[in-house]
Every structure is written in C-alpha cells, then in structure tokens.
Write a protein that binds this ligand. Structure first.
Ligand SMILES: [Zn+2]
Length: 255
C-alpha cells in the first residue's frame, strides 16, 4: 500500500504541472521543461529542478512581476517562443523540399543517361520559366543546388539506398534467380548487368538490377563467375537458394 502511494507521488512529480508556468516561467516541450526566458531545458520534470533554475537565474529580475502583470509577461514570452518555432519549422520544411527537388532532378538525369553537369542547365531553364510565370518564386529556385558534384552525390545516394533495399529483401528470399546480360555502352565498353528476382515466404517478389560492372578485357566464363560471386557477397546470397541462372537469355542451370 505504502509502495503504491509512493509510486503515485513519484509519478505526479514527473509530470509537468500547469502552475509551474506562472511560478517559474517554464512550459512543457517534448517531455522536457523549457524556460521561456532563457530557452534552456530541464530534462527531469521535478519542481525542485525548475525552482532552482528560476531562483538562480531569473528571480532577481522576474520576482517583481506579480499577479496579472506576471501572467501577461509569461504570455508574451510564450508567444515569442511559438513564433520562433514556426520560423524554424518553416525553414526546415523548405530545406527538405529543396533537397527533394534536387533528388528528383538528379533521378531524371540519371534515368535519361544525361551528364551530371546538365543539372546547372536544368536550373537555368527553371529560373527562366519562373522569372516569366511567377517571379516571386525565383529566390527559392536559386537556392536549389544542382551543381555537377551535387547531382553525382544524389545519384550515388539513390544507388546506395537501392542496394540497401535489395539487401534487406534478399535476406528473406526463399528462392531466387539471376539473369546476366552483357551489352556494350556508347563508349564501346562491355557492361555486365546482373538482375535478381527473388521470392520470400509471403510470396512477395523483388525484381531489380542488382549490379552493373564494366568489363574492360575479354569476358571469359571465369570473369563472369567472378562477377556473380561478387554479387553473392554483396547481398549475402545463399547458393542453396539459387534456382535458376540465365546468361544472355539462355538458361544454363535449373536447380
Ligand atoms: Zn531560464
């Protein structure tokens, strides 16, 4: 019985009490107490901690505010914090949109086999269009980064993310098959493409280009084997679950 009561008291102590606002100029923010005067946070919601903060830092200036004046002062400080917060939220939302726009443009460039340097051309086109149609937005467009380095980094990030997605699906493959295709790119370099298709216990199918490797010399059976082995290691694939291997459209092994 004593224990129960003790726990209840403890519990109450760790919850923000409304009266602390006017007493110590604190508000509750993300499970912590935030001082509206100096914006410091107190992690443990105990009256003692808040009182100590107020007495040591603000009592000298704020004790003279009493009654209605104290409440008005508190309301003003709260309003100040809220408007600052909305500025921050707006800024972070805008940053997120800018990054997303830059990723989308990089994706289109990659999908169409365009050089990374085309990002700047796209940006110039966007600026011209916006200048004509909605000039008030031109400052926003100017802040989108589409330089060659950024585009290259974005494409790299998307590739890594895709590989991580395949790897996480591959862990659950019950069976899978590989299709290997060799083709020559516009520079005359032989490219080896390895596609993977796998199925998990819930019959979800994943089909994706798992790897793309440039082959500079002759492509022998040994070279192919080396690349296949690399793909197995990259995605921690299990040889026992491989059901079919196709090379250039020819099925060479069905287990
Ligand atoms: Zn403070």
């Amino acid at each position: 019985m004593v224990d129960k009561r003790k726990r209840k008291v403890d519990d109450e102590c760790r919850r923000f009490q409304e009266e602390w606002s006017v007493k110590y100029f604190f508000i509750e923010s993300a499970d912590k107490a935030l001082c509206v005067i100096c914006h410091e946070t107190v992690a443990v919601l105990k009256e003692y901690n808040l009182r100590r903060h107020y007495q040591s830092k603000h009592q000298g200036t704020y004790s003279r505010f009493e009654g209605n004046i104290r409440e008005e002062k508190l309301a003003k400080l709260k309003q100040c914090i809220n408007s600052q917060r909305s500025v921050f939220t707006k800024a972070s939302k805008q940053n997120e949109s800018r990054a997303r726009a830059s990723f989308k443009v990089a994706y289109i460039l990659a999908k169409n086999g365009k050089p990374f340097t085309d990002g700047e051309i796209v940006k110039n086109c966007l600026l011209e269009v916006v200048d004509e149609l909605c000039p008030e937005k031109s400052n926003v467009i100017k802040t989108i980064t589409l330089g060659a380095n950024t585009v290259a980094r974005r494409i790299g990030d998307m590739g890594t993310n895709l590989m991580e997605q395949i790897a996480s699906h591959a862990k659950n493959f019950v069976h899978f098959s590989l299709a290997i295709d060799e083709s020559t790119d516009r520079c005359g370099t032989s490219q080896l493409l390895i596609f993977i298709r796998g199925v998990d216990a819930n019959l979800n199918i994943t089909q994706e280009l798992a790897s793309l490797n440039s082959m500079y010399n002759t492509t022998t059976g040994k070279d192919l084997m080396k690349e296949i082995q690399k793909t197995f290691e990259q995605y921690s694939l299990d040889w026992n679950r491989l059901k079919c291997l196709t090379i250039d459209g020819e099925e060479i092994c069905v287990v």
